[in-house]
Design a binder for this molecule. Structure first.
Ligand SMILES: [Fe+2]
Length: 337
């Protein structure tokens, strides 16, 4: 017995048979009937979607095989059942072999056999629909990833010293998050936030980013606006995707010494605490216009000395375990996902 009433279209030129099916199945299904192939196609074209289409084979005008064949092309998700007398078995078998019939039932069909087949067909329809939804979701996820990576590349293209930075931070932040036991939803959010964490730098003049030598105070104050700018760019993603908040807080520090708002401790969201550590490690390992790479040991020493002060202790410990015990290495930018 289905949970919600599935819609079933039964096609037969025998009015008595349609009436008896209505009596038998009205309680279980939303049953719609048609007296012939063309009427059935008109009903299908009216916009209502049907889980199952049951058709007699022998009917005047369009026969059941022609109807189910056309329905299979026009409405491939509607599961098709053919009712046939013994004399028509050969042509019915051909229809089965062509693949557009889910079940072939003999006529007259015992009520319990028809009931079982309808239940099977409705279940099959549910499966087909969920596979289609899953496929659409997967396509949408690939689209989203492509867009996110495109934006990530736009930011990095303006700053050669940023090349690959967001990808490497993403790889390390995700590894840390897995180490900390975060669930898949949080990992998805963290990944997008990490890939875009410096997106606010698109508002920083390119010569600030590329110029060798120490930054002037006013230049640094412009660069310090990038978490807030990043938040403004992404805030419309809404509460389900708190990416913007993570980005806004990725330069905050646990002791309140960070920017832009001097948040401390639990006021900083967990994703931002993780990215803060990954960001510092990669930044120190990378060359900058004003200094060469400081190396991984210096980076690990920095987060170690700031553990529980500037950086969240759990995140630091996860990061140190990854490098010291699990041989974590930053992957090449193109394969960081
Ligand atoms: Fe940043």
């Amino acid at each position: 017995m289905p949970n919600a009433k599935a819609r079933v279209l039964v096609v037969d030129d025998d009015a008595n048979l349609l009436a008896s099916m209505r009596r038998q199945f009205a309680a279980s299904y939303e049953l719609v009937t048609a007296r012939g192939g063309q009427e059935a196609l008109d009903i299908l074209a009216s916009g209502r979607s049907f889980s199952v289409l049951v058709s007699d084979l022998r009917m005047p005008g369009m026969d059941g095989i022609q109807l189910l064949s056309r329905a299979s092309k026009l409405y491939p998700d509607t599961v098709r059942i053919l009712l046939t007398g013994f004399a028509d078995l050969e042509s019915a078998m051909e229809a089965v072999n062509q693949g557009f019939i889910f079940r072939l039932l003999s006529k007259p069909c015992p009520p319990d056999a028809l009931e079982r087949s309808l239940a099977d067909a409705v279940r099959h329809h549910g499966l087909v629909e969920s596979q289609r939804e899953n496929y659409s979701l997967q396509r949408f996820k690939r689209l989203l990833e492509g867009i996110v990576q495109g934006f990530s590349a736009v930011v990095e293209a303006r700053d050669p010293y940023l090349a690959g930075h967001q990808s490497r931070v993403t790889a390390l932040a995700l590894a840390m998050a897995r180490e900390l036991g975060l669930g898949q939803d949080d990992l998805d959010i963290l990944r997008i936030a990490a890939l875009l964490h410096d997106i606010g730098k698109i508002y920083v003049p390119a010569d600030f980013l590329n110029r060798p030598g120490a930054l002037r105070m006013e230049e640094f104050s412009v660069i310090k606006m990038h978490p807030e700018v990043g938040y403004d760019i992404l805030k419309n993603l809404g509460e389900d995707w708190p990416v913007a908040t993570i980005i806004r807080q990725h330069h905050e520090r646990m002791d309140g010494s960070g920017y832009p708002n001097g948040l401390a401790g639990e006021d900083i969201v967990p994703g931002a605490r993780i990215i803060a550590v990954a960001d510092v490690v990669d930044a120190m390992c990378s060359h900058r216009p004003y200094r060469p790479s400081l190396g991984i040991e210096a980076a690990l020493a920095e987060i170690g000395s700031g553990s529980g002060v500037r950086y969240e202790r759990r995140s630091v410990e996860a990061c140190l375990r990854l490098f010291r015990e699990q041989g974590f290495q930053f992957p090449p930018a193109a394969s960081a996902f």
